[in-house]
Every structure is written in C-alpha cells, then in structure tokens.
Ligand binder design. Sequence first.
Ligand SMILES: *Cc1c(COP(=O)(O)O)cnc(C)c1O
Ligand SMILES: [Zn+2]
Length: 402
Amino acid sequence: MIATFELRCSGCATPAQRHDAPCAACGELLEFALRTEACDPGAAREYAAMVAARRANTTSLDRSGIWRWRELLPQIPHDAIVTLAEGNVPLYDVPKIAAREGVAALAFFHLGMNPTGSFKDLGMTVAISAARAEGATRAICASTGNTASSMAAYAARAGMEAYALVPRGKISGAKLAQMRDYGVRVVEVEGSFDDALAALTARAEADAAVVNSINPYRLEGQKCTAFALLEARSWRVPDWVVVPGGNLGNSSAIGKGFREALALGLIDRIPRIAVVQAEGAAPFVQLYRSGRDLVPIVPHTIASAIAVGAPRSWRKARAELDASHGAAVSVTDDEIDAAKKRIGAAGIGCEPASAATLAGIARLRAEGSIAENDDVVAVLTGHVLKDSDASLRVADRSDVGA
Ligand SMILES: *Cc1c(COP(=O)(O)O)cnc(C)c1O
Ligand SMILES: [Zn+2]
C-alpha cells in the first residue's frame, strides 16, 4: 500500500505548485489530499501488520513512530529524513477518572512523551526533513514555546540554523530554556502568539523554511497520531477523541488521519473529534457554536500553549468537526488547574493546555454530548516539565481538588 497525495488548496481545491505559500486563487491553507483508491480490508490489515512489525527493527526510520507509516506520507528521500525516534508514546488507561466522569472508558494518549516533550515533534520531523530535502539551511517559526523547542532540536540535528519568534513574557521559562539548549536564536515580539505569527509572515525570508502548522508537511506527520492511537487500541475505534485547540493544526491533522484510515480500509468508522479551548482564548468555540466565521480576539489564559486569538487552521478544524459530528467546548483556567491536578494525581502529569482535555470532557459529559457508555480518548499534548511554574501554582491551590 502506497498512498499518493496531491498538494492543493484546502478551501477551493486548486492544485498548488509550491507548498510554502497560501493558495494563489483564494489565500487558504494548503493540504496534501489523499488520492489513493480504497484498498480492500485484507490489504489494509496486512499493511498494519507490516508497520507493527517494523518496531522490532533497528533502523532509524523503523524506530520512528512517524516514519514507520512512510507509505502514507508525502514521499521524501530517505537520506534527507531527520528523526529523533518520535511518535512512540504511551496510551494510559485511567479507569478511576473514567468512573468519576461517568463514561465507559477513558485513556490518555500522551504525546508529551515525545523527544522534545510535545506533539510538535510528530510534525516537525516531516517539515524539517522536507526542508532539508529542498536544500533549506534555515528554519523559522512563531511559537508559544513547544514548536520552537521542537524546531530547534530537529534543525540542530539537520545542521540548519533556527529562528524563533516568541511573545515576550507569555511563554514558560522551561520552554525558553529548552529551545536555547538546542541553540535557537530567539526574537521576542510584543503581544500574543498571533502578533509573533504576523511578524513572521511579514519577515518572509526566502531561504528560511516556515515550520508552523500552516506548513502542510507538519500536519502530515501529526495525522499519524490517529494511526498510532488506533494501533495502540488494536484498531478499535473510540467514540470520542478530545484534543486541546490553539492554532488548530493538531485537531485538523488528527481528523485527517482518521478520515484517511477510513478511506484506506483500516477502520470502518471514524471517532467524533472534540476541540477544547480555554475560555479566554476560545474564538473557535465561538464560531463553531454560532455557525459564523472567525472573529479574532486577544487571548488570555494560563494555558500558554493554546493562547491563540486568531487560529490559522480554523476552517480545516471546522471541516473535521463537521465530518466527524464533533464538538467544541471551552473551559475556565480554574477548571484547567483542577484537571491538571487530577492528571498529576493519577501519576501521569501534563502541561496546562493538555489538562484542558479532561476539563472539556466534564463539560461535554454535563451537556450530554459525551454519553454514559462512550469510550473516550484524551490527547495530552505536552509534558509535565514544560511548565513548572504552573505545577507549583496548582500544587499550592487547595481550592481546586484532585
Ligand atoms: C501547540 C500546542 C497545542 C495547540 O495545538 P494547535 O495545533 O496549535 O491547536 C496544545 N497543547 C500543547 C502542549 C501544544 O504545544
Ligand atoms: Zn484556494
């Protein structure tokens, strides 16, 4: 099984000549659209078995939880691929939390257990490899910390220079320290992540690869979250997959992964996707629930990784929620703190943005979107050590209980 893809506009479907600019016809983001015809379930099962068997091999491509799926990714010459053995992450069952939330099953798929501590590695390995294959010598991104840390690590491995535009005073000390460890050049921008991304677009350096999630290669790596999650569940499809939403690249990518798994015959239905945002940074929840288009806001939340006021991938994410009969919900910073405490008390731990998923599940259960007999997976996006100030603050709070 080898999938072929067409690079085209995600809005008007016009084929694109280059991947590093928005659609020339309508300005929307690009995507790699799957062109492969459905294969029969037998061939799909055989392919899944071959991918699973690759884990026992010792080559760097087979040791990567992304490149094990390389037939389902845009083709990149193997000698250009930069990998840090990303994508081999745990799925943790949490029956006690499931019982308290009143759902049949709940598990955390912990993407914070990636090489640089966030899911960004899953997309970065593809984006940096593609950039390297094209001869780029520099990478650049706007970031609340995790994208920049991931870019810096992969760029360093590739021998590329890395530049990060970050919102001044709005990212955790741990993330700033981590990215500097990998040797990134940091440019601080006044304002929010949105201002940093705008500054990046204005800079538009011809020879620097932009590795934000507007880069369609990023989403191709991140879509493998869907494959890896299904594999970890022996291809049993959950009822819900709950994802925190900031710029909305990840929820879009995960939805795409499930749709492709369905198209390829690997599964026979897709899960419903729920996007959770922080109340002070919930423009997507606003637009999804109202049926209107994006109205940008100025974001305010302790969950810095999802403090985004004008998410670039909102149209893609809306399409994935529509396709999966999904939902969008917002939670308060207090609810995020309480959820973070509970995830920590379960021996798992995560950064605040990731804890929004558990808070969102409680909300979705209360409003009846998630039902009593549903089987739910929450995607934890960042490692507990990513924001130690948040951990200390939450630990000292006795008003939010574990
Ligand atoms: C980047 C990030 C998010 C948000 O993902 P988007 O693709 O921007 O929606 C959520 N949590 C963590 C920990 C992140 O690093
Ligand atoms: Zn277009």
